[in-house]
Ligand binder design. Structure first.
Ligand code: ATP
Ligand code: MG
Length: 180
């Protein structure tokens, strides 16, 4: 499985529809300071269910919506779609290409879609859990995370290893089942 493409509208500095295509292998994003490189990884984490505005380098969730410039009005919503190649079948869904979309409005309303069908956040989380691409997974490692992993308490480091090993899903399901 690999990330083929990201499509954004109104996410942070990407006011117009912006499509970023990825090839298999290594991609490097280069550009001047403030040009939006980190906004790309923020967009990926946001679709994957990131709920913390602070983690997305904002004060509140609304801050991810294009705020306007001196020549351009702010937008009312932000939308990001990740298109994943699933020809290897890593995602438990019977499609070779899977799109995951998140949309949020200034009113606070928010939507998730899988292959353009409205779903709940839980469906997105279930779909990607154990694939290693969750917003808080090891596939996205920020500079401060490296330090946090190295300095983590053993219990916390165990959670990191469990996620990498793919057993976290079963633990969470067990917790859910015993709560009922
Ligand atoms: P650096 O090299 O310094 O890390 P970068 O390429 O990673 O820079 P980003 O942090 O991705 O840059 O982008 C920051 C830019 O995004 C700033 O110009 C900021 O004004 C813009 N930006 C962030 N949020 C919004 C928003 N809601 N609306 C419009 N622009 C925004
Ligand atoms: Mg940056």
């Amino acid at each position: 499985m690999y990330l083929k493409r990201i499509e954004t509208i109104g996410f942070k500095s990407f006011a117009d529809k912006t499509v970023v295509e990825f090839e298999q292998g290594v991609t490097a994003v280069v550009g001047p300071n403030g040009s939006g490189k980190s906004n790309i990884s923020d967009a990926i984490r946001w679709v994957l269910g990131e709920q913390s505005a602070k983690s997305l380098r904002g004060g509140k969730m609304e801050d991810i919506i294009f705020a306007g410039t001196s020549t351009r009005k702010p937008l009312n919503f932000a939308e990001v779609t990740l298109v994943l190649d699933n020809s290897c079948g890593s995602l438990p869904i019977d499609y070779e290409e899977v799109s995951i979309t998140r949309r949020v409005y200034r009113t606070g309303d928010s939507e998730y879609l899988i292959n353009k069908q409205k779903v709940r956040l839980k469906d997105v989380v279930d779909l990607i859990m154990d694939t290693g691409i969750g917003h808080d997974s090891l596939s996205i490692i920020s500079q401060d995370k490296v330090k946090a992993i190295v300095e983590a308490r053993v219990e916390d480091r165990r959670v990191i290893i469990e996620e990498a090993a793919g057993v976290l899903k079963y633990k969470m399901r067990k917790k859910e089942a015993t709560r009922k």
